[in-house]
Design a protein around this ligand. Structure first.
Ligand code: SF4
Ligand code: SF4
Length: 286
């Protein structure tokens, strides 16, 4: 089963949840940190890395001695990453998504591909948990290929927890896609509600069932609860606003390590998500 842990906005405690969820399940667990712009699950799980690889996207290189400046490559590029002038072809590698369409369609065979590094992937273990994360290079915008590479490590025989970047942009969609369930972590404030509603819409579009975990319960009002009730989105767990939890977090200690009494609550949460995912799949005849 694949559970993605997402949040409409940053700072809701998503990593506190994903790491404690992984630690609460016994064996055969993977944690994939797909928050590649700012991965921090490793700070809590302190994995030992056994493997590191550079992740790159192929970008075009034009041999102008073969080029007739026909403009076909620029026409096909959906990302404006290539421009053809009367006597020059300009490539903008940072805009290129590495789709390969330009080299495929060039009638003169003038385009070859070279790798452009976008980040690194590291894989290892934290105790029994298999841990994989991606780290996007500073200033790099192209997160999706790195997330895809991290997700290639998914082992269907295991329980997979995917830590997703905050928001509802392309990297979030890519990380949540294919999950059996999406747990949305929010806080009970008007800002939390606004971003939660966007995240719920995104999961609907992806046809992934979702539920909500309210973190720092007690800090705001009941608008998130009322929204969830109105939308038929189950609220699966409340974590109260608690200075001890905040203190653990600031020291890089997971909730279930610092306060083991939370472990059964996360185990229950997982069972609930698994039951809801099964019911969802049964309804769709999967
Ligand atoms: S498609 Fe090929 S030949 Fe045409 S402008 Fe681009 S690189 Fe040159
Ligand atoms: S590989 Fe794709 S995205 Fe990159 S320049 Fe060519 S057509 Fe554009």
């Amino acid at each position: 089963m694949i559970v993605s842990v997402a949040s409409g906005k940053g700072g809701t405690g998503k990593t506190l949840v994903s790491t404690s969820l992984a630690l609460s399940l016994k064996d055969h667990v993977q944690l994939l940190d797909c928050d590649v712009e700012e991965p921090n699950a490793h700070i809590f799980l302190k994995p030992v890395f056994e493997r590191e690889e550079v992740v790159a996207v192929p970008v075009p290189r034009v041999d102008e001695s073969k080029c007739t400046f026909c403009g076909r490559c620029a026409d096909v590029c959906a990302f404006n990453a290539i421009a053809v002038l009367p006597k020059k072809v300009m490539v903008f590698p940072e805009l290129c998504h590495g789709c390969g369409a330009c080299s495929y369609l060039c009638p003169e065979g003038a385009i070859s591909e070279v790798d452009r590094e976008i980040g690194v992937l590291q894989a290892g273990h934290s105790g029994q948990i298999e841990f994989i994360h991606g780290k996007l290079n500073v200033g790099e915008a192209l997160a999706v290929p790195l997330i895809r590479r991290v997700k290639e490590f998914i082992d269907p025989a295991k329980t997979v927890i995917v830590d997703v970047s905050p928001g509802t942009s392309c990297p979030v969609i890519e990380a949540v896609r294919g999950s059996d369930f999406c747990l949305l972590v929010t806080e009970p404030t008007p800002f939390g509600l606004n971003d939660l509603a966007l995240a719920v819409e995104a999961t609907k579009k992806l046809d992934v069932p979702c539920g909500v975990l309210i973190n720092r319960a007690g800090v705001g009002d009941d608008t998130v609860e009322r929204y969830c009730k109105g939308e038929g989105v189950p609220v699966l767990l409340h974590i109260p606003l608690d200075t001890e939890i905040a203190r653990l977090y600031s020291r890089g200690v997971t909730l279930v390590d610092g306060m083991p009494e939370w472990r059964p609550a996360f185990q229950r949460l997982f069972r609930d998500m698994r039951d809801m995912a099964s019911a969802w799949q049964a309804k769709r005849g999967i």
